[in-house]
Design a protein around this ligand. Structure first.
Ligand SMILES: Cc1cc2nc3c(=O)[nH]c(=O)nc-3n(C[C@H](O)[C@H](O)[C@H](O)COP(=O)(O)OP(=O)(O)OC[C@H]3O[C@@H](n4cnc5c(N)ncnc54)[C@H](O)[C@@H]3O)c2cc1C
Length: 302
């Protein structure tokens, strides 16, 4: 049996990939969306509540992404659970290798693999109790002392979320918090949020589980006993597969305009992986739609 050649191979089942799947379905293009995480719906699925997606205030993150996926399915979208490990341009399109073996072939590729949480560059990040998502893991630490590391909106959001659950929340910032004023004021008003500014994490202590953090400030080093550490120090784009294929900026984001076009004909990028001023569901969804339109033009041209 000849291997199927998809019109569009979409890498990533988050808002950008799912929006691309919806637009590809409506354009009657044959498209396969490949997602590496079982049941994955992208980063937003870990968010408890989304208040800024137009028309759906207060919707749960999973519910929002799942409704994208159901809409794509209803339009005939096909999904596969697999991790793509390489994108190889070849005559007439691309060959894509998968972690579990077996190649896929496509005339165009929309790369929408999103970002990952930046890890603290210290020993101990593999211990149980190190989390990147307060709404996902926070409930395990009810009544305990926990730490949140970071000074941006997400760190303050996580600290406020944990203040309702934990006994004490230590908010650890290398300098001073730089979050939106409202969040900073809300955090300052909570008696159980303790701000430790100008403080660095040296290591995460414990055996299997986190038991504390070694901190360094102007007075020297000390151990702060905590049961969990929520890390909110930014994101790293999943662009390793694009390295050497297309230009990336200094932080590793794919350099491409709103249509997602790259210097490799037929390869488009969409969503949080792309250089852009705002990384949100609404902009990721817009990217997915624009990339399909660009891919459709490319398909017509070839
Ligand atoms: C805690 C948190 C709260 C947030 N809250 C909001 C909010 O309230 N409102 C808002 O608009 N935005 C919010 N965001 C941002 C929003 O989640 C992202 O902007 C959006 O999910 C980006 O979509 P994406 O499709 O580009 O990437 P992602 O959602 O990251 O999806 C990428 C997908 O690609 C998959 N993937 C990666 N590599 C491969 C591979 N090699 N093979 C196969 N699959 C792969 C990943 O598993 C992932 O599912 C929040 C983010 C976080 C972390």
């Amino acid at each position: 049996m000849a291997t199927e050649i998809w019109d569009i191979l979409i890498i990533g089942g988050g808002p950008a990939g799912l929006s691309a799947a919806i637009y590809a379905g409506r354009a009657r293009l044959s498209a396969l969306t490949v997602e590496k995480d079982y049941g994955g719906r992208g980063m937003i699925a870990s968010s408890e509540r989304v208040d800024n997606y137009p028309g759906l205030p207060g919707i749960g993150g999973f519910e929002l992404a799942d409704s994208f996926r159901r809409q794509a399915k209803a339009l005939g979208a096909q999904f596969a659970e697999a991790e793509i490990t390489a994108i190889i341009p070849e005559e007439g399109g691309f060959r894509l290798t998968q972690k579990r073996g077996g190649d896929l072939r496509a005339r165009t590729v929309i790369y929408a693999a999103g970002c990952d949480h930046r890890r603290l560059p210290v020993p101990g990040t593999e211990r149980m109790g190190v989390s990147y998502c307060a709404p996902c893991d926070g409930a395990f630490y009810a009544g305990k002392a926990v730490a949140v590391v970071g000074g941006g909106d997400k760190a303050l959001d996580d600290a406020l979320y944990m203040a309702n659950i934990a006994e004490t929340v230590y908010l650890i910032c290398r300098s001073q918090p730089r979050a939106a004023r409202l969040l900073t004021e809300q955090a300052a008003a909570r008696e159980n949020i303790v701000l430790l500014s100008e403080t660095e994490v040296v290591s995460i202590e414990g055996d299997m589980r986190v038991t504390g953090l070694r901190l360094r400030d102007r007075e020297g080093e000390r151990i702060l006993p905590v049961s969990a550490v929520f890390t909110a120090i930014g994101m790293v784009p999943h662009t390793d597969l694009l390295r050497g294929l297309i230009p990336l900026d200094g932080e590793g984001y794919a350099v491409a305009g709103e249509d997602g076009m790259t210097p490799v004909p037929g390869l488009f990028v969409a969503g949080d992986v792309r250089v852009k001023p705002l990384r949100q569901v609404v902009t990721a969804a817009a990217d997915g739609a624009n990339a399909v339109m660009a891919a459709e033009h490319h398909l017509r041209a070839i």
